[in-house]
Design a protein around this ligand. Structure first.
Ligand code: XMP
Length: 517
């Protein structure tokens, strides 16, 4: 693989993803990795990520210098570029001059292998305080900016490269070219990795992890769990039982879709657990979002454990206990629950941070290093129907985190109807692909005055939260056509009792998250 060394920025996984987009397999490793550990992974390339620190801060993350002696082609980015410069004898200056955001860079000479063929003046995305003031011996300077004399460098002989800017973000228009030049031209790696490889690899890994033991899978109806379940089914066939928990927080028609369409297309053995009353009982009186998430996460696991007990006799008869649980955890879930090195906890996604500590299963999470679009590609490769693979994301805690206030059966019914109308109209308008998802939120503790017929109403607002996104890490609100919004608003206020107002959320992420809770 190409190893992406994580210096603690959320950019690291984005780099790994861009490398995979270039058709080269990549994995993340923490910056504390030793040269021996790196060598053991037989890397064909190394990329040092950006990071939040200054190389001069006490305790600033560093790198085992022996890694540079392994003769593996290496590219340093931003902080990684500075670590490289400093480690190899160059100078990093703390000048107090900063560059944040779009910056003009000027390429020196022909730009070498890394920047050759690109415009001599180009816009790049910067985010740094220190700068490399002198390149290490043997390095050639490839670019500079008004503030940074050494904004990119190369030592072709040792196959070491670096850029001060962030080539992995879309705001650097030639960024992907920089990465591809490093991978294909400098390191000579072919573009031969694709979602088919992930399937083969994961199938082999799952078989090894599981042996002949039995496995249950958490199926929610969403893309992530559908794909992870199908992947595990591909690996171990009937050793797998999929479990679908009807927690009463589902959208209209969702249970039927899982019980009929999914089973028809995969042949997976499915058990549905009726748990609506249990979940609502535990959620009674709870309004705090984190508490809701923890309760729902905990009850999910409890429901599985109950199934496990029910199945245990049967499994015993066959000689193998159930020890494993499949979950469709994706990389963004891991990062946002504080799982990446040095990233902050934003909210507890129920399939990661909300897990109880007395968890009785070993987890199988085959999608843990992937982004949504990669997961969809794998689902298509596995032959899942478009209706499932193309589904917009829906959070594990379901409508429970889309009711601001206490979750009750009545409120769920109101939200379910409003959500069904919004989804129906967005689909009818052909907007499913344009939007990433459109949470519909009930502000259950807010009331406003309205007028309907000749009478005064005092009902609740519904919030529409249409967002466009590439990977849910960042998002913008979708500019939906007014006539579609108008239609949704008319229908919801006319058809859903207790709702007398529809409002539109026009906040990007950040600062807002996609879900309201
Ligand atoms: P936020 O609200 O964090 O959402 O911006 C990012 C993406 O994750 C989905 N989401 C979840 N998915 N379990 C999940 O499986 C969860 O607990 C959860 N919370 C949010 C959300 O719908 C969006 O796509």
């Amino acid at each position: 693989p190409v190893l992406v060394v994580d210096f603690g920025a959320q950019y690291a996984q984005l780099i790994a993803r861009r490398v995979r987009e270039a058709g080269v397999y990549s994995e993340l490793v923490p910056h504390t990795v030793t040269a021996d550990e790196v060598a053991a992974k037989n890397p064909v390339g190394i990329i040092l990520s950006g990071g939040p620190s200054s190389v001069y801060e006490p305790g600033a993350p560093s790198l085992d210098p022996a890694i540079f002696d392994l003769k593996v082609p290496t590219l340093g980015i931003c902080y990684g570029f500075q670590v490289m410069a400093k480690t190899l004898g160059g100078e990093v200056a703390h000048t107090g001059l900063r560059e944040y955001g779009a910056t003009d860079a000027v390429i020196a000479g022909d730009g070498g292998v890394l920047l050759g063929g690109q415009p001599v003046e180009q816009n790049v995305w910067m985010s740094h305080g220190d700068q490399v003031s002198q390149a290490p011996e043997g390095f050639q300077v490839l670019a500079s900016t008004a503030v940074t004399p050494v904004a990119a460098f190369a030592d072709d002989e040792r196959c070491l490269y670096g850029v001060q800017w962030h080539p992995e973000v879309k705001h650097s228009p030639y960024g992907q070219d920089v990465l591809e030049n490093f991978l294909h031209r400098a390191a000579g790696l072919p573009a031969d990795w694709n979602s088919g490889n992930v399937i083969e690899e994961q199938v082999a890994r799952i078989r090894e992890q599981v042996g002949s033991a039995r496995v249950i899978s958490a199926l929610s109806g969403g893309v992530d769990s559908a794909v992870s379940t199908a992947l595990v089914h591909r690996a171990i066939g009937d050793q797998l039982t999929a479990v679908f928990v009807d927690h009463g927080l589902l959208r209209k028609g969702e249970r039927e879709q899982v019980e009929q369409d999914y089973v028809a297309s995969t042949g997976v053995r499915l058990i549905t657990v009726e748990a609506a009353d249990t979940f609502l009982g535990h959620l009674a009186g709870v309004t705090d979002p984190e508490q809701k998430r923890k309760i729902i996460g905990r009850e999910f696991i409890r429901a599985f454990e109950k199934v496990q007990r029910d199945l245990v006799e049967e499994a015993k008869a066959e000689g193998e206990p159930i020890r494993f649980l499949v979950q469709g955890t994706l990389y963004p879930d891991v990062v946002e629950s504080g799982g990446g090195a040095g990233t902050a906890n934003i909210k507890s996604h129920h399939n990661v941070g909300g897990l109880p500590e007395d968890l009785d299963f070993e987890l199988i999470e085959p999608l843990r290093t992937l982004f949504k679009d990669e997961v969809r590609a794998i689902g298509r490769e596995l032959g899942l129907p478009e209706a499932i693979v193309g589904r917009q994301p829906f959070p594990g805690p379901g409508l429970g985190i889309r009711i601001v206030g206490e979750v009750t059966a009545d409120r769920l019914e109101i939200l379910r109807e409003a959500d069904a109308i919004a989804r129906e109209e967005l689909s009818a308008a052909g907007l499913d692909r344009e939007i990433w998802q459109c949470p519909v939120v009930l502000l259950a503790d807010v009331r406003s005055v309205g007028v309907q017929g000749d009478g005064r109403t005092y009902g609740h607002p519904i919030v529409l939260r249409p967002v466009s996104s590439e990977d849910a890490m960042t998002a913008d609100w979708t500019r939906l056509p007014y006539d579609v919004l108008s239609k949704i608003s008319n229908r919801i206020t006319n058809e859903v009792r207790e709702v007398n107002r529809v409002v539109l959320d026009v906040t990007s992420k950040p600062p807002g998250t996609i879900e309201w809770e």
